[in-house]
Design a protein. Structure first.
Length: 107
């Protein structure tokens, strides 16, 4: 799979995984706040605070993914962008997969 589509899919998957964990009680008000909605670092921090067994600080691949996925949404709307620094693809894919399994086991 080419790097850009894989990165975009991983960003969306990570957002959904965290939102599933954070809204497991049925209350999704925290994840709908504008400063949180697509901010993977903010979602990571909330999930850590809610007891998901992740490090307090996201790893480099996740922080990089967050920068690309949050406003101004470089992955989705690349107008005026001449280059993107993508996360390490194998670390990113493995990390998203591991988090998916971790959240699946906790729900």
């Amino acid at each position: 799979l080419p790097a850009l589509p894989l990165t975009m899919l991983c960003a969306h998957a990570l957002e959904c995984v965290f939102k599933a964990f954070l809204s497991r009680s049925g209350d999704d008000s925290r994840v709908l706040k504008p400063e949180v909605r697509h901010n993977l670092t903010a979602l990571w921090t909330l999930a850590h605070g809610d007891g998901l067994g992740v490090t307090a600080e996201p790893p480099q691949w996740a922080a990089s993914l967050s920068d690309l996925h949050a406003a101004p949404y470089y992955l989705r709307y690349s107008t005026g962008v001449h280059g993107l620094a993508l996360p390490n693809q194998s670390e990113m894919a493995a990390g998203v997969s591991a988090l998916l399994e971790q959240v699946r086991a906790s729900l």
